[in-house]
Design a protein around this ligand. Structure first.
Ligand code: TYD
Length: 196
């Protein structure tokens, strides 16, 4: 590495994380900035449709139980479009940002330990009403109350190992996507076969 590149890399590493972009790994130059509800697609059935994006994560228990494929399949079957995916060991700083609102709860330390206990698979899914529909597909936070047919209702019995995360509002989705992904990790692509 030349001296110039060394200086650039060093100054980037010294920047506050919020300025550098996505917290995950800290290597992104810009956060994922695509607003969750701003992408417009033209389709023959309606002039302009607003598309949403949401963050879905298969938690460490889901990865260890080999549920990643089953979970992806449900989102694909429903008709949503995968636009970003990565497997990673979540840095504690990212988890702290992600679960910032829960930091005073008694279960918070156990939650962070669980979420750090192994790799997870983070994904961004896109489609009409994807935030609300994916919450319905995921089911209740408390797995014991999650209905059969939902992901938690089919794959989990206890809230402390509830397999999957899904953003709970469009605004939260936007924040979570830019926390976990940078723009360059998200792929804009059009489907010629299925468009809603
Ligand atoms: P929360 O954001 O309230 O639920 P959700 O994941 O459905 O959006 O809580 C985050 C995670 O914290 C939840 O998935 C499991 C864990 N949790 C507990 O372990 N105990 C609890 O009492 C609650 C409410 C959550």
């Amino acid at each position: 590495m030349g001296f110039f590149q060394y200086c650039v890399v060093r100054s980037l590493l010294q920047m506050p994380r919020k300025l550098r972009g996505s917290a995950v790994g800290g290597e992104c130059l810009e956060p994922a900035s695509t607003p969750a509800r701003s992408r417009r697609h033209f389709s023959s059935s309606a002039a302009f449709r607003i598309q949403e994006r949401t963050l879905i994560a298969v938690k460490p228990d889901g990865v260890q139980r080999r549920l990643v494929g089953d979970i992806i399949k449900r989102f694909e079957q429903r008709g949503f479009k995968l636009v970003g995916m990565k497997m990673l060991q979540a840095p504690e700083g990212v988890l702290a940002d992600h679960y910032h609102d829960l930091r005073q709860k008694s279960f918070y330390p156990a939650l962070i330990r669980y979420m750090s206990s192994g790799p997870l698979v983070a994904m961004v899914w896109e489609g009409y009403n994807v935030v609300g529909t994916s919450r319905a597909m995921v089911g209740e936070t408390n797995s014991a109350e999650a209905k059969p047919g939902t992901i938690r209702g089919d794959f989990s019995i206890h809230m402390s190992r509830n397999v999957i995360h899904a953003s709970d509002s469009v605004e939260v989705a936007q924040k979570e996507i830019s926390l976990w992904f940078c723009s360059s990790e998200l792929v804009d692509w059009d489907s010629n076969f299925y468009q809603v």
